[in-house]
Design a protein around this ligand. Sequence first.
Ligand code: ATP
Ligand code: MG
Length: 399
Amino acid sequence: LKGPFIDAKEIINKIEKNGHQAYYVGGCVRDLLLQRPIGDIDIATSAPPTKILEIFDHVIPVGMEHGTVIVRQKGVSYEVTTFRVEGNYSDHRHPDTVQFIDQIDKDLERRDFTINALAMNREGCIIDLFDGKADLYKKVIRTVGNGVERFYEDPLRIIRALRFSSQLGFQIETNTLTAMNQVKHQILTIAIERMTTEMSKLVQGKYVHHGFAYLQKTKIYDYLPILKKHPYIIDKISTKIKPLGSLSELFALFYMIETSISISTWVKSWKCSNKVRREASHLVDALKYYEKNGLNQWLVYQLPSEYHDGFVRLVNLVFENLSVSKTEVASYERTLPIRSKKELDIDGNDLVELFPHLNRGPWIQHKLQELEKEVVFGKLNNNRNLLKEWIKWNPPEIN
Ligand code: ATP
Ligand code: MG
């Protein structure tokens, strides 16, 4: 065992010293066997949450009633969840009832897919009750138990199957796929935020074309907000989709395909944050500008640098015969004479002083932006006197 597993081992040891069982569980075991980068380490234990609170100093009780707490150690968070079985998901978010148990078997049985139902003890021995290891090697996603039942129990698992196919490049096992098709209408009952979280992981998957191929083939989009009314959006991109950085990029892509649906509409119906709205709008503005003018200093200047990579990805997806590279964008960025309006060697007050007979008004902003453009395009040096000179020759037109 190495890396994050060693750090987490202290937690397992401590729980065991207190007379309870504890295992690494779920995604981290799967990713270890696949030799993928390990995300979060999750721990499953026979100790009840109150016991965990008692034995560790830094515990955040995030979901005591579901048996989940976060243990903080050396700046890292570990989700520690008590072995449990679940009742119905009638609110489609959380099970109505959970019952803590003291054996891991039934806890593994409630998990969605065989590849996610693996546990490992502190020595590295793996508990594999549902042939998850074999499925990892075969590269298939298969439900633990009867697919139809498991998808009815929590229809989010249908989207999760697509998400894992997108992240891992796995096939969905035939019976599981049939069950997904049979139960997909139940997707309408799940909380949108849960769907969105999975979709956000789906679009970032290394094998996103797998995920989209399934999305299209199963017509699961018929049960997703907006897409149900505009299925051709998925048809149009599913063959050429490449891994994206975020849902913001997906919305920008959707918008470029169907301009009648605004970014706001996507963000609202998919219940995303204002951050997503802001990012997607920036990207759309840049793409529209690019369509008209191509890549230039002004585009790169206006688009915050954290969106540059997303912009490059999208140009290459949206515009058939055009392409832009990260290097091109970076070299424009490096040679920009200024980074923001604040760096302009002149401001609104200077303009007011230069034209004392004019009232303050929108002309100030207009002139400043003209100056900004001249400077960004390298037509004018960012020097106070030169800027003033330019203004004298290009005075504001007031009518
Ligand atoms: P990631 O690396 O993206 O975090 P993960 O496998 O850890 O992948 P999570 O969503 O963090 O996925 O869930 C952790 C584990 O909890 C899963 O591996 C699975 O065993 C179980 N699980 C999560 N969601 C469900 C669900 N809706 N139904 C059944 N089991 C689930
Ligand atoms: Mg996880």
